[in-house]
Design a protein around this ligand. Structure first.
Ligand SMILES: CC(C)(COP(=O)(O)OP(=O)(O)OC[C@H]1O[C@@H](n2cnc3c(N)ncnc32)[C@H](O)[C@@H]1OP(=O)(O)O)[C@@H](O)C(=O)NCCC(=O)NCCS
Length: 156
């Protein structure tokens, strides 16, 4: 049965603490990537349910703006594209200044998650029901990105 991107979309908000940052207060990119990976895994698991969802790749991520200690890190994640066992999750990364409420977009990450069966082999997941014009546009763009990814990985 097909499932819509809406059924698996996930938003995660976390307070950035001193242990997440360098001595000047800038949050480490690796800390952000860890949470990006985590939220992408939740989206994939919500879509694929009874499978082992593992990260196959993360496209290059550019951090456009800094995130500081005390900011809220807001990750908004959704499925763009699903093939057989692979799912492309887009994660929008934002930082909110909790003092004045201003939000900045820090970057966007594309994470490919693959569903594995009990034997550790890739297994098919529900197809994506792209209903809205936006869903369809994202799906189409996801196809192109996946082609590029697989080409770079030497898979096609
Ligand atoms: C991801 C993984 C399962 C792919 O296994 P594989 O034997 O190469 O499998 P296949 O070539 O049959 O590909 C399976 C699916 O993964 C996709 N895939 C494989 N490599 C990929 C890559 N580099 N980027 C994006 N998708 C990829 C394929 O397109 C295919 O998708 P489809 O079923 O929707 O068509 C395997 O490389 C793996 O287990 N990697 C480690 C995953 C992990 O543990 N991650 C956590 C960090 S270590």
């Amino acid at each position: 049965m097909k499932k819509t991107p809406h059924e698996s979309k996930t938003e995660m908000t976390l307070m950035m603490l001193p242990s997440d940052a360098n001595p000047k207060g800038n949050v480490f990119g690796g800390v952000i990537l860890k949470h990006v990976d985590l939220v992408a895994g939740i989206v994939a698991k919500r879509h694929a349910r009874n499978t082992n969802c593992v990260t196959a790749s993360v496209d290059r991520v550019t951090f456009l703006k800094p995130v500081y200690i005390g900011n809220a890190l807001i990750l908004s994640a959704r499925l763009n594209y699903v093939h057989k066992s692979s799912m492309e999750v887009e994660v929008m990364i934002e930082a909110e200044n909790l003092e004045d409420g201003t939000k900045v977009r820090t970057g966007t990450a594309y994470v490919t998650v693959v569903a594995l069966d009990k034997n550790g082999r890739p297994t098919e997941v529900p197809q994506l029901a792209s209903k809205t014009a936006d869903d369809k546009k994202r799906f189409k763009e996801g196809v192109s990105r996946m082609q590029l990814r697989l080409k770079e990985a030497g898979k096609i």
